[in-house]
Design a protein around this ligand. Sequence first.
Ligand SMILES: [Zn+2]
Length: 231
Amino acid sequence: MTAAEEPSPRLAAALHYAAAGIPVLASHFPVAGRPRVAGEQGPLACSCGSATCPMPARHPIWAVTTDDATTDPDELVRWWVGIPDAGVATAAGPALGMVELCHRAPVDLIVGWLAMRGIRTGPLIAAGRAHHQFLVAPGGGWSFRMIEHGSVLRLGSGGLILLPPSRLIDGARTRWLRPLGTAGPPPSGDRLFRALLRLPGAVELAGSVPPEAVKLLSTGGEASRSAVNQD
Ligand SMILES: [Zn+2]
């Protein structure tokens, strides 16, 4: 079987999410841009073709809007047969919200630090080396804050959550650190957002989070939380 004949892994993922009741839609995606030097590979660009795209590789394809997100398998097959490389997205709210943390520390340290403060984390997506996407309960509006060692973004209505294995404009492929369905219900976005505003830097984190808390990534901080809850 040639690569062209293989079913798109993104279509398979879209059908999987839809079967779990999550409405999805097709997103623009990264493509090779125009090379700056003839013969060399160009930087990645958004598949929409706009050199000034404000949300590269993270907005709905064609005339699709976030209102068109669906769990209808026939519609999903049409989208991904048409564009097999399209990203798989769901719209923030009403089913899910997202808090995206940009921070250089290992994510297991961050989850352990949150667990020490009694903050449970739910489904979690790795979106490149320094971007950690925490799926949260719906509700709340857009919010963005710079913190001492990074930034915290909360998606509001109309924002797109790119679900694995979507690719990002920097070429990174999103992947689940803790998938939907294995992480309990998504936690409160308000609590998580406020807690992350106080997140210290990587060095301080490494010195303050005990090994038993670091192991909590696989459980979201549910197990043994009392043993490491120092607040
Ligand atoms: Zn675009």
